[in-house]
Design a protein around this ligand. Sequence first.
Ligand code: 3PG
Length: 215
Amino acid sequence: MKKLADMNHPFYEVMNNVKLLPLYTVKDLSVLPLAEEILFNNGVPVIEVAYRSKLATEAIRILAKSGRIHVGAGTVRTLEQAKDAVEAGASFVVSPCIVPEVIEYCIEKDIPVFPGAVTPSEIQSLITNYGINVVKFFPADVYGGLKAMKALSGPFPDVRFVPTGGINGENFLDYVSEDIIVAAGGSFILTEDGIKKDGTGVWANENLASVVRSL
Ligand code: 3PG
């Protein structure tokens, strides 16, 4: 019988407690220790390193070796990226869509995987094929945001969401205050540019501190 996802994996509880999933694109590895520090110090010990730059695997390796925060891979669209990420130490994988070989590989390795699904059929296929009932909802603002996820909860009361896309400092609280939301993801939490703004990370730290304070 096909192995299904372990939805009791402790990482789901981590996400549910932290409520935030920082999506971070690495263009400059030298900023990484500061990013790690800012997340750790603000009680957000999670980072999704996006496969939107060539430095993703290396950044995952560095953060996993340090071991201070949970490091995962984002924007994973190929099996090769998933393997690179997991071999470098990624402990979770996020994908904008349903890529069967990525999902199967993650389940085999007991790595929580968050595939993107926005339609009833996509959501049902994740449940039927993989036992996955926590899905990424992307791009959240375009696909109807909270209103759409609440409507989906009617027929799918067992499903919870990790929305990303268009979530920002103004609207993230609307999302995370709903039970159907495990965590809100996005680049509003921390970016390399934000850290570089003043060269010291003070602005980025204060920005994240104020996000966390309002949770
Ligand atoms: C994602 O891939 O999750 C989104 O692109 C994040 O969107 P944002 O940059 O609007 O937060």
